[in-house]
Design a protein around this ligand. Sequence first.
Ligand code: MSP
Length: 498
Amino acid sequence: MESKYITTPIYYVNDSPHVGHAVTTVAADVLVRFWRLKGETAYFLTGTDEHGAKLAEAAENVGITPQELVDKYSAEFQKAWDAINIRPDGFIRTTNPKHEQFVQNFLQKLYDSDHIYKGEYTGWYCTGCEEFKTGAQIGEGNTCPLHKTPLKEVSETAYLFRITNYESRIKELIRSDELKIRPESRKNEVLGFLEQGLHDIAISRKNVAWGIPLSWDNEHTVYVWVDALLNYLSASKGDVLEKSAPWPPTVQLIAKDILRFHAVIWPALLLAAGEQLPKELFAHGYFTIDGQKMSKSLGNVITPGQLINRYGVDGARYLLLAAVPFGTDGDISFERLDDIYNADLANNLGNLVNRAQVMIEKYSNGVVPSGRIVEGYGWNVSKIIDFEGFDAESINPTLGNLSARYRILNQLIEETKPWVLYKAGDQENLNNVLFTLATQLVSVGFLLHPFCPGSAKAILSIFDTSIDQIDYATLGESSHVAGVTIKPIQPLFPRLNP
Ligand code: MSP
């Protein structure tokens, strides 16, 4: 079976990571873990974008060299991902000499085959975005609408890429979903943009020293976005990492602001080089705070570390994905996150797990009894969760289904009142309830694994099992738990009292 390959953007290392970066990286981690649950082979790539004027300026502002700056923050990103239990297979840095060499060779090939030519480029540049802005992207008084800072007028000799040659091919690939862009609204947005017509783009900068020199003209360095986009390919074909990625990407996760780079420039570069294209680009929205995009430049960030301190590792992972449907914009605040945490995790899941284990201990000497699933409380998991088609758009519905499940199981306890059944000596019905709870908690533990691996492992450990002992095809109906002596765990997701 062909290996799946998922990527996140590589992050600029001018500052520490915030939850806007974490959400994409957690989502990729969840998808990979989900695929692996089904027995598929998958590769997960993330990394850091380390060249360009923006980083050189950030280093100058704090009086260190660009290399010192990128070493410091790249390490911070790696530490942050480790702390939130994100486990990439490859972490790529664009200052890795093997990546630099790969980029040089790639562009030399395009230059030799006349895809690149020398010309003049004039435009309005935003260093924050590392982008020449055109048309509606230029704000009032020649400012960047995103960064609210003045654009720089640049007129310089540059090497240009004949992207216009690929305009109609790219349109066709996107229209036909050969290059899938999701959500659907983003596909339409790109097609609309392509309708306006493309212009050849500069792939080099003359006065940016912190970059990869062009192999045929070292007065120029590679435009940072071209250098950055090529990371996905160099991780596969550039011998950059200990373990190389497969090719092509199954899905590339990005946020909506960097869609055009990925949906237009990136496929054009690949087509010019004769490489296969990614199968899908998925663009999510922004976390906002009081309606404003959360960003380092606006100074309104929440960090993954703050979430971990308050909600634990799994609480943080859960909230990043549950707070805002993956794909849309959404406002976050600690108040809102506290509410979701208490409702979904503390009162709902944490309470359920705790009650189930206490009741099995008390009413069944700690042994899961044999029994039948209580009618109406069975759960045909494969009908609710599309294992085969699980993708970025499945994340929120799956979390919703899980949450509904915790509620239903708590309701089972409320309705059947096992403490009454016990007192009345109604062993058969009591056994059925305890058996149902145990069986269903094993399914919950299995499905929760990609989202909250630590808690999922703990839930499964109560029933002396683990994810690799479970077959998803029989989830929800397996009776392997009968006769198991449970191993109670510490309460999960303690309630917050804000
Ligand atoms: N270095 C480029 C990406 C190159 S990929 C070949 C870059 N880096 S970034 O660090 O500025 O942003 C990385 C990603 O984080 C982008 O997809 C960006 O949109 C996303 N986010 C930054 N702030 C965000 C929010 N407030 N909310 C959600 N995602 C956000 O762009």
